[in-house]
Design a protein around this ligand. Structure first.
Ligand code: PGA
Length: 267
């Protein structure tokens, strides 16, 4: 019986391929981007069977990165418009990303939620529309420090996830990124136990409100001050299936974060 349980949990873990996203945010010049891509192209990382790597440059550099980046790494945009393109000055549509051959998009990042006022429903509509156009989505959720201190972390991330769940019918192309707002860009990383607790909570939420299959197969990744020094300990947590990395994705240490995927494959 014990062996069976062990085997089952191993199969479940293996089914969720480790995912490392690099969110470059609003950084860099053409030269910086070329240098960063050159570095990434030269590094040795675990095989595609072990880890899926997706980098997310600013919109204007997407074609450049697509032309230069190694073929075993994929690309994500950092946002897209909520529905079909048209008279929406300054926006980039999901169709345009598809047209450029960009497979992924990050949606609901806390910087957009807080600085640009994107609500749970708006983010959820974006996720639904992007999926309907064939994009894969890194959907971000996370609580602020005040919400954590008030004890409402799970309520907040559940409400953000619920809004998304109401707008989509399949989760195959969704990676859920748990990114506590207080940990983003602050150098204040969640402890492995804090992150694992929320990841388990999210998986339970999916199990209860979507399906057991979606709960066990959806990758839930952690973001917020992940770096070379803390990634392995976080990766050891059973329900942490990878990372969304901001600051450290612009530095050589990103490769160490990618390599932390081997923590899972050697379980
Ligand atoms: P950080 O950002 O790694 O710089 O904290 C993470 C993110 O915003 O995705």
């Amino acid at each position: 019986m014990l062996l069976l349980i062990k085997l089952t949990s191993l199969v479940t873990t293996m089914a969720r391929k480790f995912f490392v996203g690099g969110n470059w945010k609003c950084n860099g010049t053409m030269d910086d981007v070329k240098k960063l891509v050159k570095t990434l192209n030269e590094v040795e990382v675990p095989s595609e069977d072990v880890v899926e790597v997706v980098v997310s440059p600013p919109f204007v550099f997407l074609p450049l990165v697509k032309a230069l980046l190694r073929s075993d790494f994929a690309i994500a945009a950092q946002n897209c418009w909520v529905r079909k393109g048209g008279a929406f000055t300054g926006e980039i549509s999901a169709e345009m990303l598809v047209n450029l051959g960009i497979p992924w998009v990050i949606l609901g990042h806390s910087e957009r939620r807080s600085l640009l006022g994107e609500s749970n429903d708006f983010v959820a509509d974006k996720v639904g529309y992007a999926l309907s156009q064939g994009l894969k989505v890194i959907a971000c959720v996370g609580e602020t420090l005040e919400q954590r201190e008030a004890g409402s972390t799970m309520d907040v991330v559940a409400a953000q996830t619920k809004a998304i769940a109401e707008k989509i019918t399949y989760w195959t192309n969704v990676v859920l990124a748990y990114e506590p707002v207080w940990a983003i860009g602050t150098g204040k990383v969640a402890t492995p136990a804090q992150a694992q607790e929320v990841h388990v909570g999210l998986r339970e939420w999916l199990n209860t409100n979507v399906s057991a299959e979606v709960a066990s197969s959806t990758r839930i990744i952690y973001g917020g001050s992940v770096n070379a020094a803390n990634c392995r300990e976080l990766a050891e947590q059973a329900d942490i299936d990878g990372f969304l990395v901001g600051g450290a994705s612009l530095k050589p240490e990103f490769v160490e974060i990618i390599k932390s995927a081997t923590v899972k494959s050697s379980v």
